[in-house]
Design a protein around this ligand. Structure first.
Ligand code: 2P0
Length: 330
């Protein structure tokens, strides 16, 4: 049924096997598959209301009107939705996002997952998870994984162009109960966006080919480890894949180095805690914040262990979260 207004909620995800590099920028098709945990913290709530009186889409985020590049990205996304729906009516988009924007905590993932879900319902597009995931991907690659609850694998898609577009989406995979402690090293906007940095890695880093081939293998191994509920192997692959992504990024020109001395100290602390019998593993996205992977049963102990070692840092405990869902209008 077509309703002219819909509201959706989505949560961020953090990748255990990272997405870094697009083989098709227009369709947001990655060089490799990736795999993530959707979290139960920092939801984004977005409503889309069709309004025939509007000559352009408008977008407010956390009660402030958005202009510039972020607005253009939302408009381009809604243009795609309208093209698919055969409609021309513009929309008012109102979003509340509780993740610190640009802090390397994947605000674009929850944002475009919520927008894809609300816009699909408002414009009458299919709302099954595969269709929503394919659509969310066009807004931001990692958003396709936030459509899915818990553990999600994003398939890179088969072939090129339309065939690849149709086959690149995320779906749920089984695995053990996982959780994360996110150490907020800096809540500031990152210096270079993922979108720009990953393009530079593909174009300039001599390590990019190695990143692609080893991540393809890491993803296969990760899916086997998750299916076998082999937590140790899951953790080892998670930490190693993250460091390989940063190694590839460190080969960029002009230079980018996302990890700070505190980030590196957090990786060291994870290794020390493993030595003391608490099995935790570190990962980091395109910024200095570090997420520490643990068994869900160890979440409070993990947070406490990092609070003792890093009393100055904000530590966020996150469990497995839900996929994107439609909700009542606010
Ligand atoms: C990931 N990241 O797998 C990786 C790890 C950051 C580091 O997906 O250009 O915001 O919108 O497709 O999804 C961040 O990239 O990039 C990201 P676009 P996106 O989570």
């Amino acid at each position: 049924m077509i309703s002219s207004r819909a509201t959706a909620v989505a949560h961020p995800n953090l990748a255990l096997i990272k997405y870094w590099g697009k083989r098709d920028s227009e369709r947001v098709l990655p060089y490799t598959g990736s795999l993530s945990l959707t979290l139960d913290v920092f939801p984004t709530r977005t409503s889309v209301r069709l309004d025939p009186s509007l000559s352009q889409d408008s977008f407010s985020l956390n009660d402030a009107e958005v202009e510039g590049g972020a607005l253009e990205r939302v408009r381009a996304f809604l243009d795609l939705v309208r093209e698919r729906a055969g409609q021309r009516t513009h929309a008012r988009v109102v979003s509340q996002n509780s993740v610190p924007t640009g802090a390397g905590l994947a605000s674009s993932a929850s944002g475009f997952a919520a927008l894809a879900t609300a816009a699909s319902a408002a414009y009458g597009l299919p709302t099954d998870t595969a269709s929503l995931s394919r659509l969310a991907r066009r807004g931001s690659g990692s958003a396709c994984r936030s459509i899915i609850e818990d553990l999600a694998v994003w398939h890179p898609g088969v072939g090129h162009d339309e065939e690849a577009d149709a086959t690149s989406f995320a779906e749920k995979v089984p695995g053990p109960r996982l959780a994360m402690v996110i150490a907020v090293v800096s809540a500031a906007q990152k210096s270079v966006s993922s979108r720009i940095a990953m393009k530079q890695t593909a174009e300039t880093s001599p390590f990019f080919d190695g990143w692609v081939s080893s991540t393809t293998k890491d993803l296969e191994d990760m899916q086997s480890a998750l299916a076998a509920e082999d937590y140790t192997r899951v953790g080892e692959l998670t930490e190693s894949n993250a460091l390989r992504m940063h190694a590839a990024i460190n080969g960029n020109r002009p230079v980018i180095r996302y990890l700070s001395p505190t980030s590196v100290a957090l990786f060291d602390a994870a290794g020390q805690l493993r030595g003391e019998g608490l099995e935790v593993y570190a990962t980091a996205d395109a910024g200095p914040n570090v997420a520490v992977l643990c068994r869900e049963a160890d979440l409070e102990q993990t947070r406490a262990a990092f609070a003792v070692r890093f009393p100055e840092l904000e530590l966020i405990a996150a469990r497995s979260g839900p996929g994107a869902y439609l909700t009542e209008d606010a």
